[in-house]
Design a protein around this ligand. Structure first.
Ligand code: ADP
Length: 724
């Protein structure tokens, strides 16, 4: 029993152990199963991901493939279009690779090779050049074939070949333009420029023709002006002489009319001449130092009578700090100013004309700004733009009564432009106009006005002038001369100051309230003040006739330039140099070479009361002969003469041995074209007068000689000659 029980318990233990083992194994199995399950799941996920990727790659592959096809198609289209374009160009087009081998060319490029088989892709540039010379495709001119090829090849090999023009056998002109790109590729353009070469040539022929015509026109004008001036000399000269003879009132009127008409005609001739000269680019400026202020005053003086007739006041306002001597062409400057001022007077019926001059220093030059202001009829706004055009005048009921050529402003504008300046106008119809221009003019060294040498007795000047502005200007001018200036505003004050003593000179204004200038002079003399008195007056003709005129030593008519004041003061001072004795003048021998009988008569009549010994030669040869036999002191030489002209005669005189060669010679010429001046100076002339001759000009030429030509350079005398 025991054994059984034991056996039973053993069995039970064994069963229990087996059952535990089983449980254990089962648990292990389950764990393994779970792991397997998870693994399978992970695998499933991985598989599906991979599948998706494969799907995407396939799509992409598909897309790339179709893109590539599209791109290829596009390239094909582009290439087709490019070739189509290249073929369409009428000019030659080709490209070469870095080894100078032809990659492709259009038909136009290939056409010149006229079907030569080997000309196609792969042919080298050198071979092309070879073929060109062998087949005579290009006209290589004087070059040898080898030279030409070497030249073309050298050019081709440069990094950036310059364009070159070649001429084909059939006279077509081709411009080769080659452009080197990346990797040494060259794009080559062959442009057919035959048409433009031809039209350029035709244009040049046309231009040469036009220029020749223009030259002929200028020469014609020069001639015509000469032809007109010669008889005009007779008209103007005789009329001038006639005015010096006793005449009835009527006769005087006729003579004056002849003279005025002749002068007016000369102005027109000169205008037309100037205009055509500027048009033909023949106008040359002759810059030289000149006194601008003086020039303005002279013009105002010239126009003063006309202005006074109309009751117009003319004023000059010259910038005190602007030098008066500047470098410019005085003749042309005068011409512009005369035109502007003349117009201002012409188109103003009442009021005033003011000339304002201001300057801004600009290095060694001054920017000069000149404005001419009038209170005249003005210019309608829609006409302002036209008046600078040639032959343009404001034509309406308003100004039909004003004469003129309509060239003045056109010429002025061109002259100012020639001086690199500008000109403008500002105008209100019915109120007036302001014409202005601006030019930059160099200031010569030492441009300060030439100061007169004053006598030692003039040290202190009393200025009697009510206007403070005028007074200050005067005081500064007086002080420039090294004198002391004192200023008072009225006659009473002046008398009080004079009583204190120490005053050497009185500068007094004519028109003063209470006590005018002459009354002051009378009062001064009455109390024994004997100082010289200079009187400034705006009304010289009135002042001239004042009963007290004899009490004052000089009259200055306003407006006056600094130089006028200085000259006046210098004349008060005792003369330092004694004038040459008159006896020598009486025997002054003057030879005039002049072929025209009328002009000989005019000349001799103009000089008849000068006590000169005057003789005539009818041509240059006669003048030369008379120089040796008669030995004149001065020669007036006409330029155009038969047998031997004036320039030739002058050249021969200058070439003579001894002192005869140095006789002063003054030309008389009817030529008024630029360039004549240089030609005349080159032939050794000392100066010249332009026909028609004026008595005053001849006399001043003689006076210049009498005053000792030695200290006056020929240039100075020429500057004084009236050639426009
Ligand atoms: P011209 O005076 O000989 O007719 P211009 O060329 O000098 O020729 O002038 C052209 C025109 O301009 C004149 O005819 C006139 O109508 C107008 N003009 C010029 N200056 C003035 C001025 N100061 N006032 C009014 N009009 C003027």
């Amino acid at each position: 029993m025991n054994a059984l029980a034991q056996k039973l318990s053993e069995e039970r233990r064994a069963r229990l152990a087996a059952e535990r083992l089983l449980e254990l194994k089962q648990a292990e199995l389950q764990a393994a199963n779970r792991k397997l399950g998870r693994h399978a799941q992970a695998l499933t996920v991985e598989i599906s991901q991979t599948r998706a990727q494969v799907e995407t790659f396939r799509d992409e592959n598909q897309r790339v493939k179709s893109d590539l096809t599209a791109a290829q198609q596009r390239i094909a289209v582009i290439e087709r279009r490019l070739w189509h374009s290249i073929e369409t160009i009428q000019d030659g087009f080709a490209f070469f690779d870095g080894d100078t081998q032809l990659i492709g060319a259009n038909r136009a490029y290939l056409a010149v090779f006229d079907g030569l088989e080997e000309v196609g892709p792969g042919v080298s540039y050198a071979r092309l050049l070879q073929l060109i010379t062998e087949e005579g495709i290009v006209n290589i001119g004087d070059h040898s074939a080898a030279d030409w090829r070497a030249m073309m090849m050298d050019r081709w090999m440069t990094p950036d070949p310059a364009p070159v023009v070649i001429r084909l056998w059939n006279n077509q002109y081709i411009r080769l333009i080659d452009s080197r790109g990346a990797g040494g590729d060259v794009v080559s353009l062959a442009l057919n420029i035959t048409d433009s070469v031809r039209s350029e040539r035709a244009l040049k022929v046309a231009r040469d023709k036009a220029e020749a015509a223009n030259r002929a026109k200028s020469a014609f004008l020069a001639n015509m002006s000469h032809e007109i001036r010669t008889p005009m000399n007779g008209v103007v000269g005789m009329a001038e002489l006639l005015t010096e003879t006793p005449l009835t009132e009527d006769q005087r009127l006729y003579v004056d009319t002849i003279r005025n008409s002749a002068e007016a005609l000369l102005v027109i001739i000169n205008d037309v001449l100037d205009y055509s000269k500027i048009e033909a680019d023949k106008m040359v400026l002759h810059p030289e130092p000149f006194d601008l202020e003086r020039c303005l005053h002279e013009i105002v003086m010239l126009l003063q009578p006309k202005a006074r007739e109309k009751g117009l006041e003319m004023l000059i306002d010259y910038d005190l700090f602007l030098p008066t001597v500047l470098i410019g062409d005085p003749g042309r400057m005068r011409q512009v100013l005369t035109n502007l001022l003349g117009n201002a007077v012409k188109f103003t019926l009442k009021g005033h004309v003011i000339l304002r001059v201001t300057g801004v220093p600009d290095g060694n030059a001054a920017q000069v700004h000149i404005a001419v202001e009038d209170t005249g009829i003005g210019i309608p706004a829609d006409k302002v733009g036209h008046i600078f055009g040639e032959f343009n005048q404001v034509e309406d009921a308003h100004n039909r009564k004003f004469e003129g050529t309509g060239l003045g402003l056109a010429i002025s504008q061109r002259l100012i432009r020639l001086m690199n300046g500008e000109i403008w106008v500002d105008s209100t119809e019915g109120q007036g106009s302001t014409f202005g221009f601006r030019v930059t003019l160099p200031v010569p060294d030492g441009a300060a006005p030439v100061l007169p040498k004053l006598g030692p007795g003039l040290r202190r000047v009393l200025i009697v002038e009510p206007l403070v502005a005028n007074r200050d200007i005067l005081a500064r001018q007086i002080e420039m001369l090294g004198m002391a200036a004192e200023m008072v505003g009225s006659g009473d004050e002046a008398l009080r100051r004079l009583a204190e003593g120490g005053i050497d000179l009185v500068l007094v204004e004519h028109g003063m309230a209470v006590m005018d200038g002459f009354e002051l002079a009378e009062a001064m003399r009455a109390v024994g003040h004997a100082q010289p008195i200079l009187m400034m007056t705006a009304n010289p003709s009135y002042a001239e006739t004042d009963p007290a005129r004899g009490l004052v030593q000089g009259l200055l008519s306003r407006p006056f330039a600094r130089r006028d004041l200085f000259d006046r003061l210098a004349r008060l001072a005792p003369p330092v140099v004694v004038a040459t004795p008159a006896a020598k003048d009486a025997s002054l021998r003057v030879l005039a070479a002049e072929d025209n009988r009328t002009n000989q008569l005019v000349f001799s009549k103009m000089l008849q009361d000068q006590g000169l010994d005057l003789r005539f030669a009818a041509n240059g040869q006669e003048a030369l002969d008379m120089l040796e036999t008669w030995q004149p002191d001065l020669i007036f030489m006409d330029i155009s003469m038969p047998v031997m002209d004036g320039q030739e005669a002058t050249r021969r005189i200058r070439a003579l041995p001894g002192p005869l060669a140095r006789v002063p010679i003054i030309a008389m010429t009817a030529h008024a074209m630029d360039g004549d001046r240089e030609a005349m100076l080159a032939s050794g002339l000392d100066g010249y007068l332009t026909k028609p001759l004026r008595k005053a000009d001849i006399l001043s030429a003689i006076a210049a000689h009498r005053d000792g030509g030695a200290d006056q350079s020929p240039a100075a005398r020429i500057a004084a000659s009236p050639l426009r």
